[in-house]
Ligand binder design. Structure first.
Ligand code: HPA
Ligand code: ZN
Length: 339
């Protein structure tokens, strides 16, 4: 074991690292216990009759398998208080993992399509983020467009967001990747950019390297979410490295959605070796079996990551964030002090 006496020693080092989480779908932090409690509070009928049955359904062979269950789970989220409680629960988990900054995705179309008011979704999340700010966790909110829906639907969602842009820092692109390339959303991303929003997109999770090229060249993203399949194209890797763009990598998600066949086959070390600014994130922790430290530990144990690699990953999480350089500085200093 490189640089650590044993696995417990490495886990303790990971736990002590200050971290930023840059790839977290707030709806994907809905634990089965909270799903059952909110179903009861809101009088929503679930397809499952126990928490154990909900958890037992979490066996996925690809992204779409997961998304089908993820959209079902969202049905219990109806009120501003629901979004507040969901976000508060995630932030408590993040704080326990020594996460100091979060950039949270939300999927408004998953809620407005069910009749939930956009203001209740964003208001509930933002109220919880405000509470956490007072306790030392900074945050940004990123509104994702569901790529299986039309660009017109995304434009209508951006219209709905206009009165709330003081709470929203960026836009992203998620949901079913294959068959829904980034260029489908060229106009809405251009409009978001003109509004001063930062841009990210899921690309190269299941989709081919061409989708990553499109995210860069057509959408002009500031960051790539996942990006695993970029490794298949050396010119693309050079482009991402040259631009200094960050990849938000999600090891346990990749395992559960069969993006990698085994955690020991995860490309994280190869990404770092290629000079890519990779970070470690939990994606949808309630569905994929672990929050950020569990992701770090799983991939560090499987790949025998060194102290230096773990320090780089923690550093990348802040330098890849949308915090200003001045706001990154104390976190980078705290990481340097552990080196
Ligand atoms: N990929 C695409 N869409 C998603 C994901 C993901 O990992 N999680 C939630 N929506
Ligand atoms: Zn994701």
């Amino acid at each position: 074991m490189t640089g650590f006496a044993n696995a417990a020693d490495r886990a303790a080092f990971i736990a002590a690292l200050p971290k930023a989480e840059l790839h977290l779908h707030i709806e994907g932090s809905l634990e089965p216990e909270m799903m059952a409690a909110l179903a009861q509070r809101n009088g929503v009928r679930l397809a499952f009759d126990s928490v154990a049955a909900i958890r037992a359904a979490y066996e996925f062979s690809n992204l779409q398998d997961f998304l089908d269950i993820y959209y079902q789970g969202m049905a219990v989220l109806l009120t501003e208080a629901d979004f507040h409680d969901l976000t508060t629960a995630y932030l408590a988990r993040a704080a326990a993992d020594n996460v100091r900054h979060v950039e949270i995705f939300f999927d408004p179309q998953g809620h407005t399509a069910r009749g939930v008011a956009f203001a209740d979704v964003v208001g509930g999340i933002a109220r919880a983020l405000d509470d956490a700010r007072a306790r030392g966790i900074s945050s940004r909110l990123i509104m994702c467009f569901l790529r299986h829906l039309s660009e017109d639907d995304a434009q209508a969602t951006l219209d709905q967001a206009l009165p709330h842009l003081h709470l929203i820092h960026g836009v992203g692109l998620d949901s079913s990747e294959l068959g829904h390339p980034p260029d489908k959303f060229a106009r809405v991303f251009a409009r978001a950019r003109a509004l001063g929003l930062r841009l990210v997109a899921h690309a190269g999770e299941e989709g081919p390297p061409d989708y990553v090229w499109q995210a860069l060249d057509v959408l002009g993203v500031d960051r790539i979410d996942h990006g695993n399949r970029a490794l298949e194209d050396a010119a693309l890797v050079q482009r991402i490295v040259g631009a200094g763009l960050t990849l938000t990598v999600c090891p346990l998600s990749n395992l559960k959605l069969c993006v990698v066949r085994d955690i020991t086959a995860h490309p994280l070390r190869a990404m770092l070796a290629a000079g890519l600014k990779a970070t470690v994130n939990s994606d949808d922790p309630a569905y994929f079996g672990g929050y950020i430290n569990a992701n770090f530990i799983a991939v560090a144990d499987a790949l025998d990551l060194t102290r230096d690699e773990l320090l780089i990953l923690a550093r990348n999480s802040f330098t890849g964030s949308f915090l200003s350089a001045a706001d990154q500085a104390p976190h980078l200093a705290a990481i340097a002090a552990l080196g």
